[in-house]
Design a protein around this ligand. Structure first.
Ligand SMILES: Cc1ncc(COP(=O)(O)O)c(C=O)c1O
Length: 361
């Protein structure tokens, strides 16, 4: 039996291994203040995306939770897509807000700006777009809507390290943009996340988040410090940061390989409904729509190919179930299958995926 082709598979080499051993030997594994490699990673990532300020945290979930702590969304509505990982909605509730789910565009699976317009009310505080699979949302439209209604935008860019919009990397345009560096992501760490801030008060915002990511601790001088408000244990550790520094050096090259595979999938997979080709996309994942999903996934697994379902729509989960209908999201939620697109795939494995998808879809 040939080796299982995994759905996600981080690309690592001796550079990560050597860097990890150095951190291990140094015995400096973490600091709440994020000195050491965490601070280096923040600076390098800031240069990479051309952001005003970056603050590294220990997950994409932490990034989203902290991002919304910058704005007052208590009892106010935040508009978001339902086809996403659960943290996209939890961060709103965590900060006292009310999630308002809207439908997506059937080709990009990103939030549909027209649907945003339909649900804006006097109580709307923010829009939370997700760059789904690394496909850039229509930020021009979303920003226009936000501006005319005085709304905040917090971008969920968990899938979008290296994605571009209007010629610039995601993370450089938005006032607050959240990344995830979970091991399955394009820039992989054991666990990690980051908030990019381009708000006019970015220095003040960074200062607030700097304290909040470490239990609210401020004004540290020698053994003395103070606490003004609540905070969490959200800081990134040195092992994650040092892996991230190595991953960052190769992420553009790896994303290029992902795009090359995506182009081949677009040309050679004989299914009408599949992720389109976009040269600005990071292709964190590649999705197709199939009618008999369970059987299709079983057949691929029998043939040594792991697949996934990203995602079950959030508005169908018990915690978020309400009296809403999102026809496009619901239909796609039943049919979506994600197939391997990681840069470790060999040519023969890519051919095999295409052949089997065409056989069983
Ligand atoms: C769209 C989206 N948002 C947020 C997250 C949360 O990131 P993390 O797993 O790093 O907490 C994920 C991770 O899977 C995600 O896919």
């Amino acid at each position: 039996m040939s080796k299982l082709i995994k759905l996600f598979d981080p690309v690592v080499d001796s550079s990560e291994k050597n860097a990890l051993v150095k951190v291990l030997d140094s015995k400096f594994w973490a600091s709440g203040s994020g000195s050491g490699h965490v601070s280096k990673f923040e600076n390098e990532f800031k240069k990479y995306i051309k952001s005003n300020s970056c603050i590294a945290v220990n997950s994409g979930t932490a990034a989203l939770n902290l991002a919304f702590s910058l704005f007052d969304i208590k009892n106010k509505e935040v508009i978001l897509p339902s086809l996403s990982f659960i943290s996209t909605a939890h961060c709103i509730v965590e900060n006292g807000g009310i999630p308002i789910f809207v439908d997506i565009e059937p080709d990009t699976l990103c939030i549909d700006p027209e649907k945003i317009k339909q649900v804006i009310s006097k109580n709307t505080a923010a829009i939370l777009p997700v760059h789904f699979g690394g496909m850039p949302c229509n930020l021009n439209e979303i920003r226009k809507i936000a501006k005319s209604h005085n709304l905040h935008i917090v971008e969920d860019a968990a899938h979008a390290v290296g994605t571009k919009f209007n010629g610039k990397k995601i993370g450089s345009h938005g006032t607050v943009v959240c990344f995830s560096f979970h091991p399955v992501k394009n820039l992989a760490m054991p666990t990690g996340g980051l908030i990019s801030i381009n708000h006019k008060n970015h220095k003040k915002f960074r200062e607030l988040l700097f304290a909040r990511r470490w239990c609210g601790i401020t004004n540290r001088k020698d053994a003395d410090y103070d606490v003004n408000e609540l905070g969490w244990n959200y800081y990134m550790n040195e092992f994650s940061a040092v892996i991230g520094l190595q991953q960052l050096k190769k992420v553009d090259k790896l994303n290029k390989i992902r795009r090359k595979i995506a182009r081949k999938f677009c040309n050679e997979i004989n299914i009408k409904s599949k992720m389109p080709f976009n040269e600005n996309c990071s292709y964190h994942l590649y999705w197709i729509l199939v009618k008999n999903r369970q059987k299709f996934r079983q057949e691929l697994l029998k043939n040594g190919i792991e697949t996934g379902t990203h995602y079950k729509p959030i508005h169908l989960m018990k915690m978020y179930r309400g009296n809403i209908s999102l026809p496009i999201t619901e239909s796609i939620g039943k049919q979506i299958v994600t197939i391997p697109i990681h840069p470790n795939l060999k040519k023969s494995e890519i051919e095999k995926i295409i052949k089997l998808v065409n056989n069983y879809a």
